[in-house]
Design a protein around this ligand. Structure first.
Ligand code: IVH
Length: 670
């Protein structure tokens, strides 16, 4: 039977879309759509193929395991292949899965399953031979992955050597590398400061960090890992089931997933319900739970398809997206004057939270989405992130939609706005909205971190006229606080005590709290470390700023602009007069004399640590690690069988250290 032309047309459309999405997701690490929409398309494709088998050819995405292999890394062949998982989306589908398994095994009684979190990251494999980490690779297309050993060995959680007394001759373990929300936000903040493109989500950030050609970049990012399976094992202990496997992992020091459990369907449902409600408390993304037959012999009997095991399934969480209508747009003024458009929506429940507003980011984003007032839109709420509009459902348009205007005047002070690349900015220094935002930022965790000083208190003190500048906050008196409605004496005391405590502040914290454009946590640290004191910033030149590693024109200009302004100078003087003491830089990591500011090259095999670990260590102690030797190199640390880099060091007269001498230099710090 031949499929109808309309069906074939839709089928081809789906193929093209999925191909495109796969390419962006797997190869470019820059997804075009969210997972739920992708799953929806795949389900549609599967159901079309089931109804019209003649449509399907051998390279349909439904018969491939997935992922495209990128060419920059050496290939690793996975034996056995790293399979994917089938999905279920409801309790009923889970029962069908269970019934299928009992049918294959020909048993009536209930089956014990291992139920685990489904980490939203990327799958990797680690090979240990005689207990030593030999190789680490990505999953790639399931059969061939990429050799990312150098990068994976920068993960603290991955042991270089296995502990315990039953070390297998050869062992491949498999698991998921992922990134916590905290680390994701830290990295994106840094990228924002550096004007780099932001990662769309923690999964992409993890993938981008692992597939780096320079392992030092991976080392700077904190990646997490949970190992949930074995590829092959020889010469090790007998492992009859998943639980015993996890115990063996624990003994050897391999990082296992927390929160795994065993039980029948009832247990699985409880586990699923619990994590649907509590997933946000984890601090990292999970997109469902994985249900696996616990017993390994049973697994063998049940078998696998070429794509996925029949003995396991992923029970996916409901989407965190919803469709609603954009009713109007407000314009918010940020502390640096950037105007952010915020959409007011028809209130909609997404995953148990009522969403009324969503960020539209900036005016380029509005143009990119072709968003208009009255549009039907798809909204996503992910973790703690503010809800955002993902797409417009153009087919729902009636013609009555109105364009979203780019404002010409500041909604707060009415002054003309500047267009600066993708931003629209109010440059009036006296703009009240800007000032209030600066005050809120100054007391917040990203600023001075004054306890019990929330945005509402800022607003009340501002309205009462007792706080008009950040210096006023430092000068606050009990009477002014007590004049605020519902403020008790105890709370006022606590607030004043917290302000006092924060008056002693390291330079980098102070720079960040000032809310200077382009100066976030990382840039503030870089600046503080190299300029050393606040005074120097008052008359520093652009050239001096630009000479600092990692400081570009954008930062240099905003720093100069800030410190040249008479008003800002006056403000800082007032803060100092109010008792603020800006101390020299207290770096949280120990800065070791002789390492700080020095550049190191490691060569040959080190005994005590891997080269990547040594490089990360030097950086933590304030030094720099480089890949090649030049006249600027301060030390070359030569391990066993050091080659050409050692020769070059001798040629150039660069100081060469043995590993012992290096250990002495760093004072035994590990
Ligand atoms: S088991 C043969 N367990 O989900 C069994 N996978 O959608 C295959 N994943 O490729 C994997 N958490 O990257 C398993 N606890 C878990 C998992 C998990 C996340 C990922 C894994 C896999 C993908 C399939």
């Amino acid at each position: 039977m031949k499929a109808k032309p309309t069906i074939r047309k839709r089928y081809n459309e789906l193929l093209a879309l999925i191909e495109k999405y796969n390419y962006h997701y797997y190869t470019l690490d820059a997804p075009l759509v969210d997972d739920a929409s992708y799953d929806e398309l795949m389900r549609e494709l599967v159901s079309m193929e089931n109804g019209n088998p003649e449509l399907k050819n051998h390279d349909s995405p439904t018969s491939r395991v997935g992922d495209v292999v990128s060419s920059s890394f050496a290939e690793v062949h996975h034996d056995p292949p790293m399979l994917s998982l089938g999905n279920v989306f409801s309790d009923a589908e889970l029962s069908e899965f269970d019934a299928r398994i009992r049918k294959i095994l020909e048993i009536e009684e209930s089956i014990v399953y291992s139920v685990e979190l489904k980490f939203d990251g990327l799958a990797v494999e680690l090979l240990y031979e005689d207990g030593r980490l030999i190789r680490g690779s990505t999953r790639g297309n399931g059969e061939i992955g990429e050799d990312v050993t150098a990068n994976l060995s920068t993960l603290r959680a991955i042991p270089e050597r296995l502990g315990g007394d039953a070390v297998p001759e050869s062992l491949t373990v498999r698991g998921e590398v992922y990134m916590t929300h905290h680390e994701f936000e830290r990295i994106n903040r840094r990228r924002e400061e550096g004007g780099e493109q932001l990662f769309a989500n923690p999964r992409n950030a993890a993938a981008g960090s692992l597939r780096q050609l320079n392992p030092r970049v991976t080392a700077e990012r904190e990646l997490s890992i949970a190992l949930y399976g074995i590829g092959k094992i020889s010469g090790g202990p007998a492992l009859p089931d998943q639980q015993t496997m996890f115990q063996f992992f624990k003994k050897t020091g391999l990082p296992c997933p927390e929160n795994a459990d065993i039980g029948g369907l009832v247990k699985i449902r409880e586990f699923y319900d619990y994590w649907v409600r509590n997933r946000h408390s984890l601090g990292y993304d999970i997109d469902g739970v994985v249900v696996k037959v616990n017993d390994f012999k049973m697994r063998e009997k049940i078998g696998s398809t070429s794509k996925a095991p029949r003995w396991a399934v992923a029970w996916k969480f409901p989407a965190r997206e919803a469709i609603t209508v954009l009713n109007s747009v407000d314009y918010q003024v940020g502390r640096t004057g950037v105007i952010t458009p915020v959409g007011n929506l028809d209130p909609i429940n997404i995953g148990g939270v009522l969403v009324k507003r969503a960020t539209l980011h900036n005016f380029d984003e509005i143009a990119r989405l072709d968003l208009r007032i009255g549009d039907t839109v798809k909204v996503i709420r992910a973790g703690d992130v503010i809800p955002k509009v993902l797409a417009v459902l153009a087919e729902s348009r009636t013609g009555a939609e109105r364009p979203i205007e780019t404002p010409e005047k500041c909604p707060s002070c009415g002054s003309a706005l500047n267009r600066e690349e993708i931003y629209v900015r109010c440059v009036n220094d006296d703009c009240e909205a800007k000032l209030q935002e600066r005050l809120r930022f100054f007391v917040s965790r990203d600023g001075l971190d004054i306890e019990f000083f929330g945005p509402e208190l800022v607003q009340r003190l501002y309205d009462a006229g007792s706080v008009r500048s950040v210096a006023d906050i430092l000068r606050l008196r009990a009477a002014e606080l007590l004049a605020v409605e519902r403020m008790g004496e105890k709370l006022a005391e606590k607030i004043l005590a917290s302000i006092e405590k924060r008056k002693m502040i390291p330079l980098s914290f102070f720079l960040r709290a000032l809310g200077i454009r382009n100066v976030g946590e990382h840039v503030a640290k870089v600046l503080a470390r190299s300029v050393g004191s606040l005074e120097r910033l008052f008359d520093i030149s652009a050239d001096e700023l630009m000479a600092i590693d990692e400081i570009g024109t954008g930062v240099a200009e905003s720093v100069m602009e800030f410190f040249r302004s008479q008003e800002n100078r006056k403000l800082i003087e007032e803060m100092l007069a109010a008792g603020l003491v800006v101390t020299g830089e207290l770096v949280e990591t120990r800065v070791i004399e002789g390492v700080a500011g020095k550049s190191f090259v490691f060569t040959g095999t080190l005994e005590g640590m891997s080269r990547t670990e040594a490089e990360a260590l030097v950086e933590r102690l304030g030094g720099r690690a480089a890949g090649s030797v030049s006249k600027k190199t301060d030390y070359v640390v030569a391990g066993g069988e050091a080659g050409s880099k050692l020769d070059k060091a001798r040629q150039l007269g660069v100081r060469v250290l043995t590993e012992d001498e290096f250990q002495k230099l760093i004072g035994g710090e590990q």
